[in-house]
Write a protein that binds this ligand. Structure first.
Ligand SMILES: N[C@@H](CCC(=O)N[C@@H](CS)C(=O)NCC(=O)O)C(=O)O
Length: 172
């Protein structure tokens, strides 16, 4: 069987989520960098993002599609609940993380505080200060720690990535 390849850069939260699913399932894979915006990249991901996946004839983009494929195509621990309500909650959380957490935690906070200075820029402290109360409020609203304790499934990869990055960069 052909090797599964995740195309993207290791720093990306989305790439990490796909890789965590592969690691949890015990599926061997390769990580290959992308020439961002190239004809080859856009041929595989028409919206010009990462990651995308290739596995034999199967090509996929969108992290949720990749993690679902990995879960359902390979042996190993299940990454999705078996019951209907559990799966619906998983989708609810994936969607909520993308819509309500990713922006303030990663785009407004981590990227501004960490990635911008690493690239030689200057952090926009006003932007960071505006993001912090939103982040705090959303953490409190969502009772996230109890969610993480209860299950070890696909939605938690996204959560963990977002929160690990937030916490590891907290003092940056
Ligand atoms: N909906 C996509 C989003 C992927 C995404 O936004 N990836 C970011 C990396 S963290 C990206 O490619 N950013 C580069 C850019 O927007 O130019 C998914 O779930 O895979």
């Amino acid at each position: 069987m052909s090797k599964l390849v995740i195309h993207g850069f290791p720093e990306s939260s989305y790439v990490r989520t796909a890789r965590m699913a592969l690691e949890a399932k015990g599926v061997p894979y390769e990580l290959q960098p992308i020439e961002f915006g190239s004809v080859d990249h856009l041929a595989m991901h028409p919206f010009g993002k990462m990651p995308y996946m290739t596995h034999g004839d199967v090509t996929l983009y969108e992290t949720s599609a990749i993690t679902r494929y990995v879960d359902e195509n390979f042996e190993g621990p299940a990454l999705q609940p078996v019951d209907v309500v559990g799966r619906a909650r998983m989708s609810q959380w994936i969607s909520a993380i993308i819509d309500y957490y990713y922006g303030p935690l990663i785009r407004e906070y981590v990227i501004e505080r960490v990635a911008v200075p690493r690239r030689g820029g200057v952090t926009d402290e006003v932007r960071v200060a505006a993001a912090l109360p939103i982040v705090q409020e959303r953490i409190e609203l969502s009772k996230i720690p109890s969610l993480i304790r209860r299950t070890w499934q696909a939605q938690n990869f996204r959560l963990l990535i977002v929160f690990l990055r937030r916490f590891s960069f907290m003092s940056a």
